[in-house]
Design a protein around this ligand. Structure first.
Ligand SMILES: Nc1ncnc2c1ncn2[C@@H]1O[C@H](COP(=O)(O)OP(=O)(O)OP(=O)(O)O)[C@@H](O)[C@H]1O
Length: 268
């Protein structure tokens, strides 16, 4: 059975529809990459699945049940969220930020115990940021914050994790680390949804891709079927080349390939 299913979903803000007619499903142990141009509705769609925005029509089914009206704790046990960024608030330590991921799992007294601390420490290690545990979250760089938000979601131990541009602020090595973490979550049997502006990342770790343009899905299915040069070109409105290098498929904007090639030819 699908862990997450979207059925005729319309979503938007303040009653104004951004997207309509969304039908998608994702099983445990599957990774879905949501691609689309700026403003196509990726974040709004994720927020609707997470219950942060009410559906304007249709349903969000989690484990086969309509999730409308679910209490936050139940939702948090099912779905973890990695937002693009967190607002500046109190100067919580990194460890306390990650422990907040345990909120829906805490016992009657609401205090994290040994098990919660061990999970938080493991999540920090998995993201390579154990050394940041005692630092104030508000004193971190954008990329460090992004890694902490991912660690917080891992500590949540939800059935599915939805990540909004999880590699956007990260350096090259940390992008690879996060892709490896996503592959690890799949291996652990979680359902993973992530948005990105890098189709390469879909090729690297996703089983399925969904292409959102102007709030409508113009393609979805297995990555190998969906991410053709033609489909990516239509999605972004620019010619795209897909090349294979060292066993990995990579995307290039066809126009910039031409520029690079002509420069390479003319540079002595
Ligand atoms: N809080 C909001 N209130 C009203 N409209 C919003 C709000 N947030 C986003 N929108 C609108 O919804 C549309 C989709 O935005 P959304 O952030 O979901 O797109 P996106 O695909 O995630 O974009 P990007 O790739 O640039 O992050 C845009 O037209 C945007 O202006």
């Amino acid at each position: 059975m699908a862990l997450i299913a979207l059925d005729g979903l319309a979503f938007g803000h303040g009653g104004r529809a951004v997207g309509t007619g969304i039908a998608l499903s994702l099983a445990a142990g599957e990774v879905l990459c949501l691609l689309g141009p700026n403003g196509s509705g990726k974040t709004s769609l994720l927020k609707t699945v997470l219950g942060l925005l009410p559906p304007l029509a249709g349903r969000v089914l989690i484990g086969g049940e309509d999730a409308r009206g679910w209490p936050p704790a139940r939702r948090a046990r099912a779905l973890a969220h990695v937002p693009q960024s967190a607002p500046d608030g109190f100067a919580f330590s990194v460890l306390d930020m990650v422990l907040m991921g345990r909120t829906a799992r805490l016992g009657p007294f609401g205090h994290p115990g040994t098990h919660d601390r061990a999970l938080a420490a493991r999540a920090l290690e998995r993201l390579g940021i154990a050394a940041l545990a005692g630092r104030a979250f508000t004193g971190l760089s954008g990329g460090e914050r992004q890694l902490v938000l991912i660690a917080r979601a891992l500590a949540q131990e939800a059935d599915a994790i939805l990540l909004d541009e999880p590699t956007a602020s990260l350096d090259f090595a940390n992008q690879e680390r996060v892709l490896a973490v996503i592959a690890g979550l799949k291996h652990d049997g979680l359902a993973v949804v992530f948005t990105t502006h890098h189709p390469d990342h879909a090729f690297a770790v996703a089983d399925r891709a969904a292409l959102l343009r102007d709030g409508r899905l113009i393609g979805q299915g297995p990555v190998g079927d969906v991410l053709s040069e033609a489909a990516l070109g239509e999605l972004y409105g620019t010619p795209v080349r897909v090349v294979e290098v060292a066993g990995r498929r990579l995307c290039l904007a066809a126009q910039s390939t031409a520029i690079i090639t002509s420069e390479a030819l003319t540079t002595p």
